[in-house]
Design a protein around this ligand. Sequence first.
Ligand code: PGA
Length: 241
Amino acid sequence: MKRIICKNYDEMSRLGSYVCAEQVWRKPNSVLGFATGSTPMGMYKCLVDMYKGGMVDFSGITAFNLDEYYPMSKSHEQSYDYYMWDRFFAHINVKRENVNLPNGGASDPQKACEEYENKIRLCGGIDLQLLGIGNNGHIAFNEPGDSLRVRTHVTELTENTIAANARFFECRDDVPRRALSMGMGSIMQARRILMLISGKSKAPVVKQMFSGVVTPQIPASVLQLHNDVVVLLDEAAASGL
Ligand code: PGA
């Protein structure tokens, strides 16, 4: 894993947007994997600015997001579908039919996961996958535990993640208890991975993730086995290294 320490959040976001834009310049029909959370917001803003300045054209890309709460309607302000359109997709020229997120409204979530996984495969796999990391080491909703799931699946959120995400909901009880999430295999099959990490609260997990040990207790540690991962950290997140 290559790590690049950036001065602050803005520099990390700008550098992240260059990595994404460069992927699209090189391959205009790239399949890009996107992530939600507070960390990538600055990067999305930079990419929107680049698009508006005529520097990058997203008309050929296909997008897949990592995860979605379950059950969750697309129109709910806390759905990841809403987040992505509100902050990014609605402001660039990606084709609506090329945007994919796990279906939080599916009546058969298991089947929806299988279809999602198949669709990624049919599109030729992900060229560049963007990731954040939870302070418990999760990536997407692959939560720490005794084992990790390989493919897109239905998962139970841990209490730690429910508590961390409660800040976006009116109260903790409103946070959905389940989610649909790409699995570790889905993520590890991406040709390139770009991870953004910001803030002091992530410093302990960053240290564990780079420890040289791979463990399901720190799902992000599995990324050490991938041969093309770039981690952009701000100085606060890197302070324990
Ligand atoms: P954050 O979430 O960007 O809001 O810290 C990251 C994650 O939980 O994966």
